[in-house]
Design a protein around this ligand. Structure first.
Ligand code: ATP
Length: 303
């Protein structure tokens, strides 16, 4: 592990009774990086994050956070980290201000209260109401503020935009980007591809307790299958097109138009098309959302 590594996990395994939540999770997040952790419900995101903070112990595997073994020194990890849990427990009878003061005290009062107010204002969070009267979204904002308040080196955020309206989701993503600009590392889980695409430099996709892909969002897109639709000036024999390596015919219409799926480079298809009377040619990249869903297609088939 290099000095540059902020989060390292190797072979993390964790079962809850018969449920194998993690089946060998590997992660390597660089310092100063915004890293998205994507997975469907139950894929193992929360369990992984909780292992990073020693809130639960993996059955096996190794974890280092900012170079520290969280099992040997959980306080050192927690002091340097801002954590937004999926379910933040707050005293229902405290005011928002009271709850945030409590988190400030837990941080040894090394928190700039002016910054806390600034965060609350940006998230449109009123400090006066009592926690039990807050909507889910406002409770989430309290969680986001407490995670960021001490300007930690590392942010571990479990679904930070959950329950927020689109404007506030956007603001949270901006706060994440600003934290990075100030030198922090951000590791955040999500099941929404578009928000990961918007801010993350790399993304890991976790499926059934295993990281199945780690890549830059842009490279995931460029590696993915593309669709090409071709219209011809007159009816043609499609067989030579269907024989091009990497090309599959998805549908065709009386020999004058065809929808193709192309794996890898477009070069072979374009060369083959040169022999055809083409009147129109369009290609379409799948959205990142479609790529993400493709990792889960087998699960849907099983269901
Ligand atoms: P979500 O987005 O729904 O929070 P996740 O990706 O965070 O999902 P985990 O919460 O880590 O997934 O759960 C992984 C698996 O472990 C799931 O099958 C879940 O039901 C199970 N699980 C998680 N916590 C417990 C627990 N305390 N006891 C029993 N099973 C658990």
């Amino acid at each position: 592990m290099s000095e540059e590594t902020a989060v390292m996990a190797q072979g993390l395994r964790k079962s809850y009774g018969k449920v194998r939540a993690l089946r060998g999770v590997d992660l390597d997040v660089q310092r100063g990086e915004i890293f998205g952790f994507l997975g469907a419900n139950g894929a193992g995101k929360t369990t992984t994050i909780r292992c990073l903070l020693d809130l639960i112990r993996p059955d096996s595997g190794t974890v280092r956070v900012l170079g520290i073994d969280p099992q040997a020194d959980p306080e050192a990890v927690q002091a340097r980290t801002g954590y937004l849990p999926g379910e933040l427990r707050l005293d229902p009878n405290m005011t928002v201000e009271g709850a945030l003061s409590y988190f400030k005290a837990l941080r040894g009062n090394e928190v700039d209260w002016g910054f806390v107010r600034q965060l609350a204002t940006r998230l449109d969070l009123d400090l006066k109401p009592v926690i039990k009267n807050l909507s889910h979204g406002n409770k989430q904002k309290v969680g986001v503020v407490q995670a960021l308040m001490h300007r930690p080196q590392l942010l571990l955020l479990d679904e930070p935009t959950l329950g927020l309206d689109p404007l506030m989701q956007h603001e949270v993503l901006r706060l994440i980007t600003e934290a990075k600009a100030n030198g922090a590392t951000v590791f955040f889980s999500s099941h929404i591809m578009s928000e990961v695409e918007a801010v993350a430099e790399r993304v890991a996709i976790i499926r059934k307790g295993v990281v199945v892909e780690v890549a830059e969002p842009a490279s995931l897109i460029s590696r993915a299958l593309r669709r090409a639709s071709v219209r011809f000036k007159q009816s043609v024999d499609m067989v030579p097109l269907a024989n091009v390596a990497g090309v599959t015919v998805l549908s065709q219409d009386d020999g004058t138009s065809v929808l193709l799926q192309v794996e890898g480079e477009m070069d072979g298809l374009i060369k083959a098309l040169a022999a055809f009377p083409v009147s129109d040619f369009e290609t379409e990249r799948p959205s990142l959302e479609e790529i993400f869903l493709a990792y889960y297609e087998d699960d849907q088939k099983e269901e």
